[in-house]
Ligand binder design. Structure first.
Ligand code: CA
Length: 229
């Protein structure tokens, strides 16, 4: 897979945006410029950028607000850029999830160095996440985030549904009895009956098997359940 080197420059002052664009492209990055907050937010969410250079003072939505909203959905590296050098801005920027913060004017070499650092950290985080992932065919689980995906499409699961699915996948191809599932997922002190397992298996089948038209969870009559690729 080619390395993603697309950077979104969010900057309303055309001269600065253009200067950054020329410098970054000379450095081997692909760039796009967005001058307004709302459009920038849409593009960050919908497109696949490696990093965002985000000016704080923008029309419509300011950089702080964009950063906050992006963080609800994505871990894309964000370097905030601003003319203000107020320390509160810097702290706020980092608090709401920016990876780094630069005050104008800055030396272009300084920006390059910050970008390299942010991209390296992001790559390391991705590698860690991928190494930790569990898979069953096209279904992937990310235990560090309690998230599941089928062919990169997120599946919304409750905590208990997630726990059950993770347990099944960690034991794929092994037939598990209801009692064993109950002990491992609900705990030894759970006092309800084993029907709860069937209820949650049904929830998972609705969200996975039915939703994606595949059979992940198989019933073994008189015994329990097994997940298979
Ligand atoms: Ca500005």
């Amino acid at each position: 897979m080619p390395i993603n080197k697309r950077i979104l420059i969010v900057e309303d002052e055309f001269k600065i945006a253009r200067f950054l664009q020329l410098e970054l492209e000379h450095e081997g990055y692909q760039t796009l410029i967005e001058a307004t907050g709302r459009r920038a937010l849409d593009r960050i969410v919908q497109e696949d950028f490696a990093l965002v250079l985000l000016d704080v003072m923008l029309p419509e939505l300011d950089g702080m607000e964009i950063c906050k909203r992006v963080r609800e959905l994505s871990e894309i590296p964000i370097i905030m850029v601003t003319a203000k050098d107020a320390i509160e801005d810097k702290v706020l920027g980092l608090d709401i999830g920016a990876d780094d913060y630069l005050t104008k004017p800055f030396a272009i070499q300084e920006l390059f160095a910050r970008i390299r650092t942010a991209l390296r950290k992001s790559k390391e985080a991705h590698t860690e996440l991928a190494n930790d992932a569990l898979t069953l065919g096209d279904l992937t689980l990310y235990p560090m985030r309690y998230e599941a995906e089928v062919s990169s499409q997120p599946v919304s699961l409750t905590k208990k549904e997630y726990d059950l699915l993770e347990y099944l996948i960690r034991n794929k191809h092994i037939v598990l009895t209801r009692e064993r599932i109950l002990q491992e997922v609900w705990g030894y002190d759970y006092t309800g009956d084993t029907n709860v397992v069937d209820v949650y298996i049904r929830y998972l089948r609705t969200k996975l098997d039915e939703q994606f038209g595949q059979k992940y969870i198989h019933t073994v009559r008189g015994v329990g359940y097994v997940v298979k690729e």
